[in-house]
Write a protein that binds this ligand. Sequence first.
Ligand code: ATP
Ligand code: MG
Length: 435
Amino acid sequence: MRLSNYFLPTTKENPAEAEIVSHRLMLRAGMVRQLSAGIYSWLPLGFKVLQKIEAIVREEQEKAGALAILMPTIQPADLWRESGRYDDYGAEMLRIKDRKDREMLYGPTNEEAVTDIFRGTVRSYKDLPKNLYHVQWKFRDEVRPRFGVMRGREFLMKDNYSFDLDKEGAIRSYNAMFVAYLRTFARLGLKAIPMAADTGPIGGDLSHEFIVLAETGESEVYYHKDFEALDPMIDVDYTKDLQPTIDQWTANYAATDEKHDANSDIDSADLITGRGIEVGHIFYFGTKYSDAMGATVQGPNDDTIAVEMGSYGIGVSRLVGAIIEASHDDKGIVWPESVAPFKVGIINIRADDDACVEAADTLYKQMEEAGVEALYDDRADRAGVKFSTMELIGLPWFITIGPRGVKNNLVELVNRKTGEKVEVSPEEALKRMIG
Ligand code: ATP
Ligand code: MG
């Protein structure tokens, strides 16, 4: 992408309304723009990151056996009356009336909607287990929307729902999601601590939150001092019993509060208190919704069985902010390669020098042809402006092209994270970006 053709409305000034670094940097890097309190438009750079995160979330869901569907954002109030949650949900729910005066709502979550799909389509235990996921916008009229996309009112969530014949099967589904979450967050460059949690308004009796450590986080977390040394990119065979893996992660490394210490093997001397951001939350809640809404199947002995369910959420749009909180420096964002909007930035430091323009154009064209995502700053701006733009938007690599180097067939390749610089030929730079 040529920057002269792109839409990257960056700013030097710190926006006054932004209290935390990720919000500041997202606004300064021209990733999002607020339309109304807690409601954001995603501009090209931000949208690209959002889509990359979504793609990784989807891949790990598919590997764990979940099937993609898409449910609507608008739901009928009557469905929520069946589960009893229409009144319980309170002021966070955005309630709407259609032209026929029917009560509708903008979905804050989808347990009712998915249970309705299930009860209308699945008849026999032979069709179980099933795990359905979607990535869809949610609306929660938060009392205090803040921190940009981190606590929005409209936000993008991956949510999925498992259906099993019995509790044992439901725990298996829960465990698969637990491991899928560890893998998802690891691929996003994050260490997310799984923490036993309250089940809240979703209900049920087994639940974990996944917390990314950050000083500005809203959750308090207790964890083992060795936690950060763990490799979360665990290899997994979803057909095997995952319980031992999960026990290792929970009992040995994370605790919610003093109470949980009873179930935890962590010595209090090894316990660290920190703050973190909730990026995912999983629940096993048994037959809460299937009982209330009549989601049953015919069992092996011709009996009628209410299905055992679980639900699992990942805050896809919140993750954009959480990744920045976990990975930035005083110059700007430092994207992990897996979600970076472009892999490499190309800076021509002398836009008025024909040889430099030609060298930069050529390298850019070769990158495009090789399928390397490159953002080429071909503007007439001063070199300093180009450097600070690249540092702000945080691409993992950038390549600078200047008159001295061009004479000697050399460019400078800079690693955004380490600041390490090497002079290499343009061919070598290209090779490294492909590899
Ligand atoms: P929180 O405790 O942060 O309010 P929650 O427990 O209400 O979140 P869940 O119902 O568990 O949220 O939703 C699943 C995931 O959706 C959360 O783990 C979080 O990552 C994300 N999420 C929830 N509320 C918001 C929000 N207002 N803005 C952005 N993401 C959100
Ligand atoms: Mg939660």
